[in-house]
Design a protein around this ligand. Structure first.
Ligand SMILES: Cc1ncc(COP(=O)(O)O)c(C=O)c1O
Length: 367
């Protein structure tokens, strides 16, 4: 039995409704910003429960814009976590700031209890990541940040729909970024990003900066860039947003079935703690396993496309050599990097496939 990691061919097997919308777009000739992007921004604001939504080209752009909107400048420090996709750190460096890492907690998220010790006079933002679609301890992070009067920018790129005590991630910080990359829960036909904020001043900056700083056709308020969300992607995203509830429900059901199946392998496999009130969207289903590399080969050879996100933490990448971190600096993150595995549990995996996955793991451990 095959259990695939990528599912885009299945997800978009039926495309007639999207093509009908795209025909409307082409007939309108509204190819830069315009009504489709605006409709998506309104609809996403409503979905998330946030005041301002600004569509961008990518999640990475959304992060860069969010950092700029809260005032991060060259020479500032931004606190984040070393087990994330490279874009989190790339965005910090892109605005001229220095990434300062904090170790992970037992849920593979930034350890909120270690943030305070990393704050210096230069700290200009805290950038937690809702890694793998699992909410970081955002209430505690916001409380620490408030005590020090430092803005929080959430990297919610993998986490559209995730919630803490009923409130969507991305609405806790001063500004937050989402990605609509094809392998994110809310996905489009290429790249797409979203930056959100409840702050009117930040929103006014973001709207202009994303579009060359143009107030109107002839007036430039300040120098900006072109980071606009493509209307073609807004058309796809509008349809996808209607499906989010069902997508998340299926992912949660799959994750619960996997958690239950893996509970019998507790000696070898540990799923992370899942606190009450935290709604995860399982962009990645991550667990810690014994003999990880052997298990990975075993699963892959049997048609189960397991992966590792990621085997090398960012502070140990060549790109980080100027930051001065050594192996051993973040022991929890480094241990997790050796133990974690990503198992397919997305919305196109069936209950039968999950049972096969659990059985295959049981076979590996002779359990
Ligand atoms: C945690 C995280 N941050 C940032 C990004 C960047 O998003 P994008 O690929 O849309 O630029 C991604 C995903 O790719 C991500 O997983």
């Amino acid at each position: 039995m095959q259990v695939k990691y990528a599912y885009l061919d299945q997800q978009f097997a039926e495309v007639d409704e999207y093509f009908a919308d795209l025909r409307r777009l082409v007939a309108s000739g509204e190819f830069t910003l315009g009504p489709f992007v605006e409709e998506f921004e309104r609809k996403f604001a409503n979905y998330l429960g946030v005041k301002h939504v600004i569509g961008t080209n990518t999640g990475t752009d959304a992060l860069i814009l969010a950092l700029k909107a809260v005032g991060v400048k060259a020479g500032d420090e931004v606190i984040t976590v070393p087990n994330t996709f490279v874009a989190t750190v790339g965005a910090i460096v892109a605005v001229g700031a220095r990434p300062v890492f904090v170790d992970c907690d037992d849920r593979y998220q930034i350890d909120a209890n270690r943030i305070e010790a990393a704050i210096t006079k230069r700290t200009r933002a805290i950038l937690p990541v809702h890694w793998g679609g699992c909410p970081a301890d955002i209430e505690r992070i916001v409380s620490v940040a408030r005590q020090h009067d430092i803005p929080v920018v959430e990297d919610a790129c993998p986490a559209v729909g995730a919630k803490v005590n009923g409130r969507s991630v991305g609405t806790f910080g001063k500004a937050s970024a989402f990605s609509m990359h094809p392998l994110k829960p809310l996905n489009v036909w290429g790249d797409g990003g979203i930056v959100v904020t409840n702050d009117d001043k930040a929103a006014a900056f973001l709207r202009l900066y994303r579009n060359h700083g143009l107030k109107d056709r002839d007036h430039v308020e300040f120098w900006g860039v072109n980071n606009r969300l493509q209307p073609v992607q807004a058309v796809v995203a509008l349809r996808q947003l209607d499906k989010m509830h069902e997508i998340i429900e299926t992912r949660v059901a799959n994750a619960q079935r996997l958690d239950a199946g893996l509970a019998s392998l507790r000696e070898f496999v540990q799923s992370p703690r899942r606190p009450a009130g935290y709604l995860e969207v399982y962009q990645l289903y991550i667990a810690s396993v014994a003999r990880r590399d052997e298990l990975l080969t075993h699963l892959n050879e049997r048609g189960i496309e397991a992966r590792v996100h990621y085997p090398i933490p960012l502070h140990l990448q060549r790109a980080a050599r100027d930051l001065g971190y050594r192996a051993g600096a973040f022991p929890v993150c480094e241990r997790q990097a050796r133990e974690i595995i990503t198992l397919p549990a997305h919305q196109h995996v069936t209950a039968e496939q999950i049972d096969f996955l659990v059985e295959t793991m049981r076979g590996f451990y002779n359990a």
